[in-house]
Design a protein around this ligand. Structure first.
Ligand SMILES: [Zn+2]
Ligand SMILES: [Zn+2]
Length: 145
């Protein structure tokens, strides 16, 4: 039995059901661990075999081992284009919150400034992530060519 980041992940990644042989059939099975690629996926119980790849543990927040060389795999869905679009949206909404409270305050006094700081914080943390990601992509390209 492989050791995972925490007890919750240990339980879910090693979960086997006596009734359902296929993990997609079992409503109790949440996490699919791909031993070959060391990747984690959230099982979407929509009757099919959908998986959303996760790069962080939903219970303890630890970064999960993620093999970025496997592009196009459904497990990389979240870490790929859509994840970045989400980051952009989150960044913009953070900026929006900050600007809205700065120029058109719904809240008054200290709450208003807390919202502004909060918004700016969201904005900068997502911006940092996107810039990190961009520079990493550039590094990868340099290595490839
Ligand atoms: Zn964990
Ligand atoms: Zn079951």
């Amino acid at each position: 039995m492989k050791k995972h980041c925490c007890d919750y992940m240990n339980y879910h990644a090693n979960f086997t059901c006596d009734i359902h042989s296929d993990p997609f059939d079992c409503p109790d099975n949440l996490i699919l661990f791909d031993k070959t690629n060391k990747e984690y996926g959230l099982i979407i119980h929509d009757g099919g075999s959908s998986i959303i790849g996760i790069s962080f543990c939903p219970w303890c927040g630890k970064k999960l081992c993620f093999n970025l060389s496997m592009k196009g795999d459904p497990l990389h869905f979240w870490n790929g284009g859509w994840g970045l679009i989400f980051r952009y949206l989150a960044m913009l909404s953070g900026l929006g919150i900050a600007l809205l409270n700065l120029f058109d305050p719904i809240h008054q006094g200290i709450t208003r400034w807390l919202m502004v700081i909060c918004g700016l914080f969201i904005f900068s943390s997502h911006l940092k992530f996107i810039l990190d990601k961009k520079s990493k992509t550039t590094d990868n390209q340099k290595q490839t060519y």
